[in-house]
Design a protein around this ligand. Structure first.
Ligand code: LLP
Length: 427
């Protein structure tokens, strides 16, 4: 894949525009996305699936801006949602309800109702209690709920413990050994239609083996179910395909999907996937400005205007994301280029954990712009108002055009919905 973020001479660009100009126009901190990158990375999945029956259901949680969802909907994507809010986003963005799968351990009755009304493709049910509630909600509405059970295959995804979900000690899914019993219970429920099986073993996986191990266990389960007269139509392998942040060598969608198709084609099953990160991570950057440089004893800090509330991955998962200058310094000390130093790139928030990168060898100047790379997934969607900071702007670049796809929050937007207490009687 050609990267749409690259240096032209010394200037870092998104497609045909320079980041410096975009930062001038939209201010910092600011997420900048590339339409071409989103398109290419989605199409890598869609093309790998080819005419094999199934769907690529983009995991909305990775980046849920409605412009992003609309772009993917236009490309024909399905969607993996985990809340009523994500359902509304997909529908607002023009996504097709019939191409939505609904994941998550804690769906409420209201969310089930919304999704049944919309006519989604399938509920990925994670417990017997949830199955019972869904049967009841669908019954009250006089509907039949299409269901896949999310099973926990108990495989080690070999990724960060916070984003590993397929081990039996995790809260996710139904233990695979218990799944036949829950399927039989579901088969006896009047308003449940069993359609598939799904699993999601973790995120940022760079090896294919854990996926293939999980698949074997799921296929085993399907054999057992068949013997009890339960025949399913689809298998959903979840998301989890990793991307390159530093020097990882992630599996390409084509290699992964070909391996899956080879293994399952003889079962006549449709194949669903729920990639999030692999579609969006490298389609976005976070642009920030260096406010101050400072030296404490043996440590140098660059204090920038983005913070952990804008991008929490570095501090939450010890995630490494590349941080690069928007204008490459050229020349020597004599030309005024500052000496290189080892910096922690930190934000203004009052927490030691407020960093975007540590120990980065860079030559930095106060006032210059930096780009935090691979920030298109789990960047803006995990942002917050911590320290009462307004959430930042999001911009989509398309060739030589740029579009503001989320305005920078204002203070008024930030406190909308809050209220003062009524006046005291003696006031
Ligand atoms: N399907 C299910 C059921 C999931 O739970 C997830 C992610 C996905 C699909 C998409 O996974 P992906 O293809 O993006 O790996 N915030 C963390 C990642 C959390 C992932 C949660 N579930 C991070 O920034 O690394």
């Amino acid at each position: 894949m050609n990267n749409a973020f690259f240096y032209r001479d010394q200037h870092f660009c998104a497609e045909q525009l320079t980041i410096a100009e975009l930062a001038e126009q939209y201010g910092t901190p600011c997420y900048i996305y590339s339409r071409a990158m989103f398109t290419e990375s989605y199409q890598a999945f869609a093309n790998a699936l080819g005419d094999y029956p199934g769907m690529i259901c983009y995991a909305v949680k990775a980046n849920s801006n409605i412009a992003v969802l609309n772009l993917l909907a236009r490309l024909g994507a399905g969607f993996d949602i985990v809340s009523g809010g994500e359902l509304q986003r997909v529908l607002t963005a023009g996504g097709d309800a019939a191409r939505i799968v609904f994941s998550g351990v804690g769906k409420s009755a209201d969310e089930m109702k919304m999704a049944l009304e919309a006519g989604i493709f399938c509920f990925n049910v994670e417990s017997e209690a949830e199955l019972k509630l869904l049967n009841q909600v669908a019954g009250d509405m006089g509907r039949i709920a299409p269901v896949s059970l999310r099973v926990n295959p108990d495989v080690d995804a070999k990724t960060h413990p916070y984003i590993s979900t397929g081990l039996k000690e995790n809260k996710f899914g139904i233990a695979i050994d218990d799944a036949p019993r829950v399927y039989r219970a579901g088969a006896a429920m009047e308003h449940i239609q069993l359609q598939g099986v799904d699993c999601h073993i973790g995120s940022q996986l760079t090896e294919i083996e854990p996926f293939m191990d999980a698949l074997e266990r799921v296929l085993n389960l399907l054999e057992q179910l068949k013997q009890s007269g339960i025949q399913l139509q689809h298998i959903d392998m979840g998301g989890g395909l990793g991307v390159r942040y530093k020097d990882e060598q992630p599996i390409a969608p084509l290699q992964y999907i070909s391996a899956l198709k080879d293994r399952i084609s003889k079962y006549g099953l449709e194949l669903l996937l729920e990639p999030g990160r692999a579609i969006s991570a490298n389609a976005g950057i976070l642009v920030t400005r260096v406010q101050y440089l400072k030296n404490n004893e043996n440590k140098s800090f660059a204090i920038v205007d983005a913070a952990m509330n804008d991008l929490i991955r570095p501090t939450l998962y010890s995630a490494w994301q590349n941080i690069i200058p928007v204008k490459k310094a050229q020349g020597s000390k004599e030309d005024g280029v500052p000496a290189s130093d080892i910096y922690d790139i930190v934000g203004p928030i009052c927490e030691t954990g407020d960093f975007l990168g540590t120990d980065r060898q860079m030559s930095l100047r106060q006032g210059e712009l930096l780009a935090i790379c691979s920030a298109g997934a789990y960047g803006f969607t995990m942002s917050s108002n911590y320290n009462s900071r307004n959430r930042c702007a999001e911009v989509m670049v398309d060739g030589d055009q740029s579009h503001l796809i989320r305005a920078r929050e204002t203070f008024e937007m930030q406190i909308a919905g809050e209220a003062l207490l009524p006046a005291d009687k003696d006031e």
